[in-house]
Write a protein that binds this ligand. Structure first.
Ligand code: NG6
Ligand code: CA
Length: 510
């Protein structure tokens, strides 16, 4: 309608002044849609475009059509703090209680806090979160599962929300749409307990004969869909999910949201369950690779990306949609279920050439795949070695959209729009990496990395065989010449060490 009106008025002006040339003012640039595909536990080496042996053609195509980063970082080596930082522009470790959230945690991001989706709302976008949440729901008293789950995503900038409340391996095993559990029959209310077993329901510990995938550590409480979880639950039978249907369900919800009639562009935070545990792909992907369930869910993840790209194409949105693909933390093989991930890994290197993995202060903990595709502006097939942190998405989008944000709250975000779209090589000076038990590491763009002395264990203390990178003395690495972090330079470069300790201290005190 608007286009028609302006066309008619332009025509009227032309008739009046007998125009022979096009009007000189160009139409204002149309705002791009934004789709962030945020994956779970996908490692630096897990995708074929980064050297992985499991083929991911749809994800690889994002890179051949766009920009592939080799030095992009999640802020933490676990989920909740990385997501917290991505959405708020603030490092999660600045306050206690932002580590891996329990399945019955209260909302970690409260109404009034600055967020990326609220920046986008103010920029004129309609916003959605679809997929894994893991940032808590409800007020101080915790989530009211049988009532209204408020505050949640809708109170912090999302217009629509369809989520797994915490993780696939934690109860309650239900989807939440906006403020309510989907399909809950109030005659059969749901009960959730993280402290003790609820009456006599079967558990993975006592009833392993009921399991289709055995647990290896933790994960031996309530059984749902043949899989035992962390935490106990009872009731709510009609609302229980089937793990096999996660991927299709999320694609369908994304499709419905994108399809909605609107004159606003969209911002979607599409947060996959894949490739977190339990790794239970849809039947059509089971056995798709020789790598067992972990390989199958990588193929399923790639399928989801392909479906989303098809959707954009069908709607005519392909050209002017910014697609950002990344991961919340590094990879892990055995994360609590017996799924042969370790036994079948063969020559696939989930961390690429890096050391560590999920939970670790070493590079594979937080250096993650990061791809930006935007055909309208980003050069196809380009790569960037510039350091980029997910905490900068808020500042970068706010800058691009010309929206003010609360810099007193989002204190760690910086505007690196030029880096994000491959037009600048001026990135951040440094970033902080959060590992297990909130231990920090500090990385500078010159490649120097400090892991301050801490009391943490050298290895992740439960199932996964992953070095934390922790030591009782300060360590200094040059990750440009030594990406595996094998040579501690703290003795050789005491000046750099003390300089970096001061820099980190200043950031922590900020
Ligand atoms: C750990 C779980 C692990 C995973 C992780 C969170 C145990 C022993 N381990 O506590 O399986 O759920 O939390 O992963 O229970 S994350 O990617 O969401 O951070
Ligand atoms: Ca994760």
């Amino acid at each position: 309608m608007k286009i028609r009106q302006s066309f008619l008025s332009a025509l009227a002006v032309c008739l009046l002044f007998s125009c022979s040339e096009k009007p000189r003012t160009e139409a204002p640039e149309e705002k791009p849609n934004v789709l962030i595909i945020y994956t779970d536990d996908v490692g630096y080496g897990d995708l074929s475009i980064y050297g992985g042996k499991i083929l991911t053609p749809n994800i690889d195509k994002l890179a051949t059509d766009g920009l592939l980063f080799t030095n992009a970082y999640a802020t933490a080596a676990t989920c909740t703090p990385s997501r917290y930082s991505l959405l708020t522009g603030e490092y999660a470790w600045r306050a206690k209680g932002r580590g891996v959230a329990a399945g019955d945690a209260s909302a970690l991001i409260r109404p009034g806090v600055e967020t990326l989706p609220s920046v986008m709302q103010r920029a004129g976008y309609r916003t959605a979160v679809i997929g894994k949440w893991h940032l808590g729901l409800g007020g101080d008293e915790g989530p009211d599962w049988n009532g209204e789950l408020n505050p949640g995503p809708l109170e912090i900038g999302f217009d629509y929300s369809f989520i797994i409340p915490a993780t696939g391996d934690r109860v309650p095993t239900v989807f939440v749409e906006d403020h309510h559990i989907v399909g809950l029959d109030l005659a059969d209310p749901i009960e959730v307990n993280y402290r003790e077993k609820i009456r006599d329901g079967p558990t993975g510990k006592d009833n392993p004969e009921l399991l289709k995938m055995m647990w290896s550590h933790g994960h031996n409480h309530s059984i749902v869909n043949g899989v035992s979880r962390i935490g106990y639950q009872r009731g709510g039978e009609a609302a229980m999910w089937r793990d096999e249907d996660f991927a299709q369900t999320f694609v369908d919800k994304a499709s419905a949201f994108i399809d909605e009639e609107s004159d606003k562009p969209f911002f979607m935070y599409f947060s996959t369950h894949d490739i977190h545990v339990p790794r239970i792909a849809h039947e059509r992907f089971q056995g798709a690779t020789d790598f067992g369930p972990r390989g199958d869910v990588i193929v399923q993840l790639d399928w989801q990306v392909g479906e989303l790209m098809k959707l954009l194409k069908e709607k005519g949105f392909e050209e002017n949609t910014i697609v950002i693909f990344s991961s919340d933390n590094g990879p892990v093989l055995d994360d609590g279920y017996v799924d042969q991930a370790r036994e079948l890994i063969a020559d696939h290197k989930q961390t690429g050439e890096l050391s560590g993995g999920k939970y670790s202060a070493l590079e594979a903990g937080t250096r993650v795949p990061f791809i930006v595709k935007w055909p309208a502006s980003v050069k196809a097939g380009s790569t960037s070695e510039v350091m980029f942190s997910q905490v900068d998405l808020l500042g970068s989008f706010a800058g691009k959209m010309g929206v003010e944000f609360n810099a007193k709250q989002a204190i760690d975000t910086e505007n690196h729009w030029g880096v994000l779209i491959g037009e600048s090589s001026e990135g951040r000076y440094s970033l902080v990496q959060e590992a297990l038990f909130s231990n920090l590491a500090y990385l500078r763009s010159d490649g120097m990395k400090l892991i301050p002395a801490n009391e943490g264990p050298e290895m992740v203390p439960w199932g996964p065989i992953i070095s934390t990178g922790f030591a009782k003395e300060d360590q200094l690495f040059d990750i440009k010449s030594d990406p595996k972090e094998t040579q501690d330079l703290s003795g050789d470069k005491p000046d750099v060490l003390s300089e970096m300790k001061k820099e980190l201290e200043a950031i922590v005190k900020k």
